[in-house]
Design a protein around this ligand. Sequence first.
Ligand code: 5GP
Length: 173
Amino acid sequence: MQHTLKEVFSAQEIQERVKNLGKEISQIYKDEPLVLICVLKGAFLFFSDLVRAIDCPHEIDFVRLASYGSSDTSSHSIAFTKDIEINVEDKHVLIVEDIVDTGLTMEFLLKQLSVRKAKSVKIATLLSKKARREKAIPIDFVGFYIQDGFLVGYGLDYAEKYRYLPNICEVEL
Ligand code: 5GP
């Protein structure tokens, strides 16, 4: 089944914003030891563009998370299905996420990484969706703020469809 998609951010808008985020991030970390962690699968395109827009040296790694149960805080649990492989001790860590919605996923990852003796742990997200936020987690770099709606494209999926799109669209469900 094909859905009706309405463009929210064009490919050009995204590319310009990601380039600027890269500049911002480069100015913060300069020559400090830095590891960028991509949250699979949704952040894969954002991550690949962002690392090329950052001109300070860094390492990269990947995590994949699975969430179980309902999105209700009390019955929701999150676990790694793929953990990082790099040792982050005494290095700055920048988590690269596609979209922060309730904040539960990022709260979990921040907790997990904070016990690994990183120098600092910050978050860069392409999209921040405020309407359903439950956890007031600090987000250091935001591509775009959005209100609500289900978005696909530029890495984001709906049942594994539409990740390949170069732009971001809202699905009419
Ligand atoms: P959170 O734990 O912040 O509620 O969940 C964040 C995750 O939910 C994102 O990494 C993403 O996988 C998924 N998500 C939240 N909103 C959307 C959306 O509008 N579109 C898509 N494709 N995924 C979303």
